[in-house]
Design a protein around this ligand. Structure first.
Ligand SMILES: [Zn+2]
Length: 501
């Protein structure tokens, strides 16, 4: 029996190692040079700006199909890649999922392949009559999707849900391709768990990617954030839900969406949107994040349902919710001399009227030697002692005009602080606590936690609620590991929880 258990553990460990190796290989296959060559090809003058229905637009479609064939990804329209409508054509390929049940659900991954051709007064900021190559809009999205499709086609760990790759036509004319697809879906709309949209991912600036739509289903934000392992890529979760790209067709049909976007620029819908101005390394970072996100989403046991409220929750609401709570009143009510404090001396400079410090008779000039039984040799010592102390507190104080140290008894404000943060919860972000107040000098502050950080797990609890977190804090003394996320960058921090008898 024990041998069997050991053998199973050995096999599980081997499988985990193989999966890690597969993931590493898949990510390594997403290369700058291939991304550059796709953008350069699709944004070349030979495609004449890829206007939907034009010769150049059709040629771009042929280029995409050639790549998909090379990767060995089959077409998704009864074996064909083409979903024609009028003079336009969507291009669809599929990777079948590995799980017998989950493979009937799809993660749809889309990007539009058309652009504005030579430009018209209604779709170009000018000058018109010149080829608008649309390197960022949206050869960048196409290149990213191709590299991700290739990585999945070669991936040794096939995802559980199926992935449907969609190259939309006619976006610039009014989201024609995605609208046609939701009206004539090649798999039932109810089987689309998430519709992803890549539109303009070629101009990453300031290492910050815009990710939109994560409030359209509970848990999407966490899926994206926990997929990010790139220390040089942070995420701005943008709450805007505009009607300006193909994700809109899916929002209208109540399908959860996620969109990656690297922002507008002066070359937007102008002839100057060329390959030289694309940030290829930024595209590689973005495409690798996309691969990890899709892989995670495709394997997630349960994905959230569409949240209609997301359509009303604009950036104004995000700003309102991100506002921190008012700071708590200090427990003690005194200030000290910073210069002396640097040498480990807490020398009182000011006592707040009506505070516990004043009530206990503390005065400017006093030096705090001990507090609640702790010797004070630094600001950190002092802050921790004050935050953790249980009433009543005895301090040992040296006063300049008195020979013997004084031993005043204090009654501090509030309860002892153990972690030093407050949080809110958000129904669009289940199992996560959002920091909305941080006490300076507290264990949370000293561990580097920031306002608006997300706490995704504590110890071995990965689905945090207010109740489970309070239970955990009450039953822990000493180090506690938290999985914390700042701007889409997850990291593990260890907070040191003081013992409170
Ligand atoms: Zn676009």
């Amino acid at each position: 029996m024990r041998l069997l258990v050991l053998a199973l553990m050995f096999l599980a460990a081997q499988a985990a190692r193989a999966e890690t190796a597969n993931l590493t290989a898949a990510l390594a296959s997403i290369t700058s040079s291939e991304l550059r060559s796709h953008v350069a090809a699709l944004a070349d003058d030979t495609f004449e700006g890829r206007e939907a229905g034009s010769r150049g637009g059709r040629a771009a479609g042929v280029y995409l199909v050639k790549q998909l064939q090379k990767y060995g990804l089959p077409g998704a329209v009864h074996g064909s890649y083409y979903q024609p409508f009028g003079t336009y054509t969507n291009i669809l390929a599929v990777l079948e999922g590995s799980d017998p049940e989950l493979k009937t659900q799809f993660i749809l991954v889309g990007a539009h392949y058309d652009h504005v051709g030579y430009g018209t007064r209604s779709n170009s900021y000018g000058p018109i009559g010149y080829i608008h190559n649309g390197a960022d809009d949206n050869a960048s999205g196409l290149a990213g999707l191709l590299e991700v499709a290739q990585a999945f086609a070669q991936f040794g760990t096939r995802p559980k849900r199926s992935i449907l790759f969609c190259f939309w036509d006619g976006e610039e004319k009014g989201l024609y391709g995605s609208k046609h697809w939701v009206d004539h879906p090649t798999v039932p709309l109810a089987q689309i768990a998430i519709a992803f949209n890549a539109d303009m991912i070629g101009r990453l600036r300031g290492k910050r990617l815009h990710v939109l739509g994560t409030r359209t289903a509970p848990g999407l934000r966490k899926l994206v954030a926990l997929s990010n392992d790139d220390p040089n890529l942070s995420i701005f979760f943008n709450w805007e839900l505009k009607e300006n790209s193909d994700h809109h067709s899916f929002v209208q049909r109540r399908v959860p969406i996620v969109m990656f976007h690297t922002g507008l620029h002066d070359d937007y819908h102008r002839p100057g949107d060329d390959v030289e101005k694309v940030n290829i390394d930024g595209m590689q970072q973005t495409a690798r994040l996309l691969f990890r996100f899709l892989d995670r989403a495709a394997d997630e046991p349960q994905l959230g349902k569409f949240r209609s409220q997301a359509r009303q929750e604009g950036p104004w609401m995000s700003q309102m919710l991100d506002r921190p709570l008012a700071p708590l009143p200090g427990r003690l009510g005194l200030s000290w001399d910073d210069k002396q404090a640097a040498d480990g001396k807490i020398l009182v400079t000011r006592v707040v009227a009506g505070s516990p410090a004043e009530t206990a008779g503390l005065k400017p000039g006093d030096q705090i030697l001990q507090f609640a039984g702790q010797a004070i040799a630094s600001v950190a010592d002092f802050r921790t002692a004050v935050l953790c102390a249980k009433n009543p507190v005895i301090a040992v104080v040296k006063r300049p005009d008195s020979e013997e140290p004084l031993e005043p008894t204090l009654q501090l404000n509030g309860n002892p602080v153990r972690l030093g943060l407050s949080w809110r919860t958000d129904e669009a972000e289940p199992d996560t606590l959002i920091v909305n107040r941080l006490i300076p000098g507290s264990p949370a502050d000293r561990a580097g936690i920031k306002l608006n950080d997300r706490i995704h797990s504590a110890g071995d609890v990965t689905a945090l609620s207010t109740e489970s977190f309070i239970d955990m804090l009450n039953s822990t003394a000493g180090p506690l590991e938290l999985l914390v996320e700042t701007f889409g960058q997850p990291r593990t921090v260890t907070v040191d929880l003081p013992v409170v008898e």
